[in-house]
Unconditional design. Structure first.
Length: 252
């Protein structure tokens, strides 16, 4: 899916008043995602969550939205900007997950900056930059020109991002996201080093996709005779040898 839907919303206060209570009533644990155009926007959004009920267990700080203080980049494209926003959001009083972009040359550097700013976890990854052009009208297919590519096409990108950050920063928790539509997709991100997995684009086709993925993961784990899915987390890093070196040997 290539989308340019933006980040519309009524604001944190309206969400707390109207949207959160029905979620709480179901007994759900809630992770709220916040964004901003400036560092102060992030600060205000986080501070408004300080008195949220305990069912709000974490705050995902989406750093991959446009940074109008520097129109050439997003917050997540700069280590210093990433760290600054994370420091500013401490007022929420909850664990913070930094949602990062794959559109950088050194994702490990950005993840490390998020950790310095106080992130307890990083969410890897947001969409990959893409574009579509209407060949009939000879103009952009999306209103903003380009958009974010998500779904199955970006799954290998997400796996690599999770793998590399897990290898470089083993103490940092990772939430893996990108092209998860089956239990095996979730297992792959867990093997790469994710401690949790999100399902996004698949829900557009099937709102029950997260439950279907979870059941698929359970079925797969059962076939593997695993005592716990936690055995998967980072398992690829515990294998003997360097897979890239082994790949090189295999092509000789």
């Amino acid at each position: 899916m290539l989308n340019s839907v933006g980040l519309q919303g009524p604001g944190v206060e309206a969400w707390l008043e109207h949207d959160l209570p029905p979620l709480v009533a179901t007994g759900a644990r809630v992770v709220v995602s916040i964004w901003g155009r400036t560092v102060e926007d992030y600060r205000r959004a986080a501070d408004l969550l300080a008195d949220a009920p305990p069912m709000v267990v974490a705050v995902e700080v989406n750093l991959s939205c446009p940074n109008v203080e520097d129109r050439r980049s997003m917050f997540a494209h700069s280590a210093s900007a990433t760290e600054e926003v994370l420091v500013a959001t401490a007022g929420c009083g909850r664990p913070r997950w930094a949602k990062l972009s794959p559109n950088v040359t050194d994702l490990v550097e950005i993840a490390e900056a998020a950790r310095r700013g106080g992130a307890e976890a990083v969410t890897l990854v947001n969409t990959v930059m893409g574009m579509a052009i209407d060949v009939q009208t000879r103009t952009y297919s999306l209103g903003a020109g380009g958009g974010g590519l998500s779904g199955t096409a970006v799954h290998p990108v997400a796996v690599r991002a999770v793998h590399d950050v897990a290898a470089a920063l083993p103490g940092l928790a990772i939430v893996g996201v990108g092209g998860v539509a089956r239990g095996e997709d979730a297992a792959e991100l867990l093997l790469a080093g994710a401690a949790a997995v999100q399902v996004g684009t698949a829900t557009f086709a099937d709102p029950r996709a997260p439950a279907r993925v979870l059941e698929g993961l359970r079925t797969w784990a059962g076939r593997q005779r695993m005592a716990s899915v936690s055995e998967l987390v980072g398992a690829v890093h515990r294998q003997v040898g360097d897979p890239e070196l082994e790949d090189t040997e295999a092509t000789r």
